[in-house]
Design a protein around this ligand. Structure first.
Ligand code: CO
Length: 182
């Protein structure tokens, strides 16, 4: 079991478009560390860049609902189309502790993705799973929930966002200083 550090708003890796995963050889140990990290943080979804990995990979566990009896792993995902009416739903984010926002998103998405066995799939997802997929795909494209709401909503959390940003900067600084300790 390895719990990885979850990076927060202000860390540059969360503003990057993540790279495709070419080699699936060692993917299972990364995925297992991601599940450990997500459960430790009590999240229902986690994108690779939230644990500092520049990879198009995310995991979701909505087994607490009627929707699913198993966990999901999505590799090299891309949203093919969006369907249904727009819906408003409150979302939180492990990379933005203390912030919850009403985010408008389409009801369903069709996602093309790979599973760890290398197989390609294209499926439509709705409900909480469809919502979580859109949230995690946003992460892999460098987008946060604050980018999905209006100015008025965003301003409410200005102080929190500033603090997260400055904490991330000092975390990055201490990390690079540690690099010189022999
Ligand atoms: Co998030």
């Amino acid at each position: 079991m390895a719990v990885l550090e979850i990076v927060h708003y202000g860390d540059p890796i969360l503003r990057k478009k993540c790279k495709s995963v070419k080699d699936l050889e060692d993917i299972n140990s990364i995925i297992s560390d991601m599940f450990d990290s997500m459960y430790e943080a009590e999240g229902i979804g986690l994108a690779a860049n939230q644990v500092g990995l520049d990879m198009n990979l995310f995991i979701i566990d909505v087994t607490h609902t009627e929707e699913a009896d198993e966990t999901h792993i999505f590799i090299n995902g891309s949203i093919v189309s969006k369907q249904g009416e727009d819906q408003v739903f409150q979302e939180g984010c492990l990379s933005m502790p203390g912030i919850a926002l009403d985010v408008t998103r389409p009801e369903k998405v069709t996602l093309k993705y790979q599973t760890p066995d290398g197989e390609w799939h294209e499926d439509e997802f709705g409900g909480l799973l469809g919502r979580a997929i859109q949230h995690e795909m946003d992460h892999l494209n460098g987008v946060f929930i604050v980018d999905r709401v209006g100015e008025v909503e965003r301003i409410k959390y200005q102080a929190e966002l500033k603090e997260l940003e400055s904490n991330s900067k000092s975390r990055l600084r201490s990390r690079s200083e540690k690099g010189f300790v022999l």
